[in-house]
Design a protein. Structure first.
Length: 368
């Protein structure tokens, strides 16, 4: 850490904003995974706003953190850190998905994105942005074409230890709940965000304005497309114009990724104006990896095979999120990294490293 007090304060606050956004993401993920996710009225639809957005926010923040990590490490040191994270995330994701099919585990996709990160991060901003836009269009088109040609393969569940290798590769790339050909886009957005100065108020205001505008515009257009396309909206190539959550289509990716950018900038702004206002979210964000894994294990035990009713889902979500916030606040008093956050930082490939002061550049250590 730099000896300049101003710089240290900037780093702490920058990380605090990202932690708050990550905390919002993990709490939203709990809500979505508890379910149910089919709204029956406008109020239930508002309640389920995190559906299709919380997990994208996770991935965008992962891209931001990875950008920081790659900027400050190189060579063997970079690869030892990356390979350990990739191994841990893939192994833990496979085990969790083997334990339950009631939650689609995202950690396996994280592992593949981290593997691609050094290659993506070598691109200059224009090439990275251009590549992201190309994938935004071609990835969903490939998914739809695949579904039209081979509809019986669509809808594979998450990859587990029992998934045959070729099927696992197919699911991770194209047909699973988090296919790489669409989820690489929010990750690229995160890499791009890591290259801008979020400590600049003008940058944050622009990010909030453009993020909110794109998020709302894409959402509205997608809704209108359902009215225009009618019963054909969810089948055939017309699906490319829709934007249902987790539908993998461009309008959904644009809306959720832009919304994530807005929330990150908003959290940064709030933290700078009122440092303690989002402390409860910051604490949850610092423990996000641990909270994510624990909530999957809990749902593997308590979630019925046919899911919760809406009332049961709301009550269960309130209990799990409240418990997560309280436990995160209590853990924060110890001043230590969370159990799985600590494990993620261990560089077994080059021997253990001592705990470091947490700065913006170590934000990846907290990302599930």
């Amino acid at each position: 850490m730099s000896g300049e007090p101003g710089r240290a304060l900037v780093d702490r606050r920058r990380l605090a904003g990202l932690d708050a956004a990550r905390g919002a993401a993990v709490l939203g993920m709990i809500l979505v995974n508890v379910g149910p996710i089919e709204p029956e009225n406008i109020w239930q639809r508002v309640y389920l706003l995190p559906f299709g957005r919380a997990s994208v926010l996770f991935v965008v923040i992962a891209g931001v953190g990875m950008g920081f990590l790659l900027r400050n490490r190189g060579g063997r040191r970079m690869w030892s850190a990356l390979l350990w994270r990739i191994t841990l995330l893939m192994s833990l994701g496979l085990v969790l998905q083997t334990l339950t099919t009631r939650v689609s585990v995202i950690l396996q996709t994280y592992a593949i994105l981290f593997l691609l990160a050094p290659l993506l991060n070598r691109l200059n901003p224009r090439l990275l942005l251009g590549g992201g836009l190309v994938i935004l269009l071609l990835g969903p088109a490939w998914i739809v074409h695949h579904d039209v040609q081979e509809p019986w393969v669509h809808g594979q569940g998450g990859v587990s230890l029992t998934t045959p290798p070729l099927e696992a590769l197919h699911s991770l790339l194209l047909s699973g709940p988090y296919p790489l050909v669409s989820w690489v886009v929010p990750f690229v957005a995160g890499l791009l965000l890591s290259r801008i100065d979020l400590t600049d108020a003008r940058v944050r205001r622009a990010l909030m304005a453009w993020g909110a505008a794109l998020a709302v515009l894409a959402f509205v257009v997608a809704d209108l497309m359902y009215e225009v396309l009618g019963e054909e909206a969810d089948s055939g190539y017309g699906r490319l114009l829709t934007g249902v959550g987790h539908g993998q289509m461009p309008l959904w990716i644009i809306s959720s990724t832009a919304g994530a950018a807005f929330l990150i900038a908003a959290c940064e702004t709030i933290v700078r104006r009122a440092p303690s206002a989002l402390k409860w979210l910051e604490d949850a964000g610092k423990l996000a990896f641990t909270i994510y894994v624990v909530h999957v294990l809990v749902l593997a035990v308590i979630k019925p095979a046919d899911g919760f009713s809406f009332t049961q889902g709301v009550v269960t979500t309130m209990v799990l999120t409240s418990a997560s916030v309280v436990l995160a606040a209590l853990w924060a008093r110890t001043g230590r990294a969370g159990p799985l956050e600590w494990l993620l930082r261990r560089h077994w490939l080059q021997g253990p490293t001592p705990d470091r002061p947490v700065t913006a550049n170590s934000t990846i250590d907290r990302t599930p």
